[in-house]
Ligand binder design. Structure first.
Ligand SMILES: [Zn+2]
Ligand SMILES: [Zn+2]
Length: 349
């Protein structure tokens, strides 16, 4: 039975711990942030039995939108995540020393893509540094490092390959990368994320995958999404990086790193950890974690919510000024709302 249907107060507080964890050590504004999410979940779960789409408190704040996908039965609460994570930490006693997320370019990426740059924090940042910088903000205070590119044939990697029925172009079997990437994770590595210009596929039955990861190998791979007709199939010069491409890279990279921190797909709220079945679906999802997923990542990284959101807002405003895209604009608006919520809670009138 779901603990949400128990009526008394101690059962309710147990239920909250089940979803969000204990909050005693959180600041007052972070307590309210997480409690808001819990109340929202509680009402939705009770309401589902009798009426669909009931209003909930998160919606009143305009911060958390209920997830409406059809895979809501699969859920990983905070407590379930922590059990999985603790097993992982036991298996790697040095986990506390793992401070760096590594980004590993794989194969040839067109120079016009690599040389794309934006002015961020008074620094001219090429594309891979933009990805590095956002990773460091998303997983504050973890570091991120871009490794020198590795070429599959030169490195002697044996990677499955096929011709895509959709594009007629070569695709690489994503799971074949994991053992090789695993060997390249430095001692301080939280994980390693390969970045491929070439399209990826997960198995014979499926057409493509934007990114995929393996917790056992602490490794994942993501791609530029070459099945997209906007992107030329072969590495060629003159390819332009635009807002949608940058959005997709930032989203896929952070989504896959979250999987490597043992987060499963999120059925609770509209969240960057929602499952996606199409590129369009993946592109529409937000760049932000819902409170249940945030609680998990905050447990690993131990950041201040307000500080992280402020840095994210500063970063995305600079990106959007130079590389405008509606999803960046929506993100900046959402960040304003959540920062206002946390600041008002911190300084009640
Ligand atoms: Zn996923
Ligand atoms: Zn979530």
């Amino acid at each position: 039975m779901c603990p949400c249907v128990m009526p008394n107060k101690s059962a309710e507080s147990r239920c909250m711990v089940f979803y969000i964890g204990k909050l005693q050590k959180k600041s007052s504004e972070e307590k309210l942030f997480y409690q808001l999410a819990y109340k929202s979940l509680h009402k939705v779960r009770l309401g589902r039995k009798t009426s669909a789409g009931i209003p909930h408190e998160g919606a009143e704040e305009g911060l958390f939108k209920q997830y409406e996908g059809d895979d809501t039965d699969k859920q990983q609460t905070y407590i379930q995540w922590r059990a999985a994570m603790e097993m992982d930490i036991l298996a790697r006693l040095t986990a506390g020393h793992r401070t760096t997320i590594y980004i590993q370019p794989i194969g040839t990426i067109p120079a016009s893509v690599l040389n794309f740059s934006l002015e961020i924090n008074n620094e001219c940042m090429p594309l891979l540094d933009i990805l590095r910088c956002f990773t460091e903000i998303f997983f504050t205070p973890k570091q991120a490092t871009v490794l020198p590119a590795v070429h599959i044939s030169e490195a002697g990697w044996v990677i499955g390959e096929r011709t895509s029925k959709l594009t007629g172009e070569p695709q690489l079997l994503v799971r074949d990368f994991y053992p090789y990437l695993f060997k390249r994770v430095p001692r301080d590595g939280v994980c390693i994320m390969g970045l491929s210009w070439l399209d990826l596929y997960p198995c014979d039955k499926l057409n493509f995958v934007l990114g995929e990861s393996s917790c056992a190998h602490k490794a994942g791979v993501f791609s530029f999404g070459r099945f997209d007709s906007r992107v030329p199939q072969q590495p060629s010069e003159g390819v332009a990086v635009d807002g949608p491409m940058l959005w997709q890279l930032l989203k896929t990279l952070t989504h896959e790193v979250c999987h490597l921190l043992r987060l499963e797909h999120c059925p609770f709220f509209w969240c960057t950890m929602n499952a996606s079945h199409t590129v369009r679906e993946a592109m529409e999802q937000p760049l932000f974690l819902c409170p249940v997923c945030m609680r998990k990542v905050q447990k690993v990284c131990r950041f201040s919510l307000l500080e992280r959101y402020t840095n994210m807002s500063t970063f995305l405003k600079q990106v959007n000024q130079q590389c405008q895209f509606v999803k960046f604009m929506e993100s900046i608006e959402w960040l304003e709302k959540v920062m206002n919520f946390l600041m008002q809670t911190n300084n009640p009138r």
